[in-house]
Design a protein around this ligand. Sequence first.
Ligand code: FAD
Length: 432
Amino acid sequence: MLRTDTLIIGGGLAGLAAARALEGRRSYLVAERENRPGGLASTVSKGGFLFDYSGHLLHLRWPRSTKLILDALGPNRLRLKRDARVYAHGRWTPFPFQANLSGMPDKVKAECVSGFLKAWNAGGGRGDGTEPFSRWTRRVFGEGISSHFMLPYNAKLWRYPLGRLTTEWCAPFVPMPTPEEVVEGAYGRRTEGMGYNTSFYYPKRGGIGALANALARGASGLRLGLEVERVDLKKGVAQVRHFGPVHFKRLINTSPLNDFVAMAADAPAAVRRAAASLRHNSVYVLNLGARGVRRDLHWAYFPGPEFPFYRAGIASNFSAALAPRGCASFYVEFATAGEALDLASAEKAAVKGLVACGLLDRASQVTERLWLRIPCAYVVYNRERAAALPVIDAWLKARRARSIGRYGAWKYSFMEESVKEGLEAADALPRS
Ligand SMILES: Cc1cc2nc3c(=O)[nH]c(=O)nc-3n(C[C@H](O)[C@H](O)[C@H](O)COP(=O)(O)OP(=O)(O)OC[C@H]3O[C@@H](n4cnc5c(N)ncnc54)[C@H](O)[C@@H]3O)c2cc1C
């Protein structure tokens, strides 16, 4: 029987950061069920290509987590200026759409600008996050921007009724231009430096998995291939598959919150009901390796119904080391409400779509392909989530356990935030 002070479930970035903060301070075990560290921030090698679980770019904003990430990467890093675009109505325009209408046809431009000005004059304002997304976007951006981008794009991404989605997640992710910026973006200069991700870091070599591998090297308590199947927070014991019981004093969970509650033997009925009400979408990422590609953008958004995917990017433009010489690598993202995607027809549609928008030439040869599935990809911000989280939190607090990271905390967050939460969760553990 194994005893440890702190059991960390999951060796993604949140679990690895917590481990790094505990190293040398107290005994801990990171149980990671996969045979590699990094969770969603991992890289898979196939046919000479390195494929991530879609574009995983580092946007850094907090000093401590920034330092840990940049120190871990050392010289193995590139800093890139974003080149993100939107493809709509058969044309390209820079991202974000609402501030860069210059590429759109005159009629679309006029509808978007006049709708925005009308909405702005009526009061606009971000609101408190509880308003349904479909109403919020019309109130804030007006009818044109909503119907040409916000509504169709978000419907494809979330795969959840937009009238039941709240807007708590929007603040860091949806840039809000002023009327001057909208007008200038439509008829004057380009407004590309807007939004949370105008520049980003990415590993020079090894894909985003290079970051997790570097963090894992300083985490002596990381054990791969260990899946936690059951926990009892009251008794302080976890059952690990093919391994047996692990006794712990403290627990940090980074696995999806709904799964964690389902495997917690001592979760009360109200907590189980709350966890069962949580919803998420699934994302399927088609990675393609191709020859004969000469486009320089990083990624693009596709609001139109003619494209079944919502976003696609050229990963080899983040780092040439992701593809063999003379080749490029693409990722194409499809979301579902959880149902299985028909991969064969999705792949046909992806190639057709990439050719239609010009990212792939007719003459380009697709030489490699790899589907990667993210069963729990974007957690859905609905009213049920807002009601459920406080119930689950209260139980975790009473048991002195913490649930962190994108899925442990059940939020729309990014890699650095998982790292930050891992560091903070380790700091917050009481002295043993
Ligand atoms: C499509 C997509 C694109 C994204 N793009 C970006 C981006 O460009 N930039 C950015 O900063 N962020 C991006 N993110 C978010 C980023 O992936 C996450 O914020 C971050 O990687 C989450 O790390 P984590 O440690 O919290 O969770 P995870 O990476 O999910 O790690 C949890 C770990 O727990 C393990 N686990 C689960 N259950 C068990 C169990 N029972 N026993 C043992 N182990 C278990 C899993 O195997 C996993 O390794 C993106 C996310 C998605 C879905």
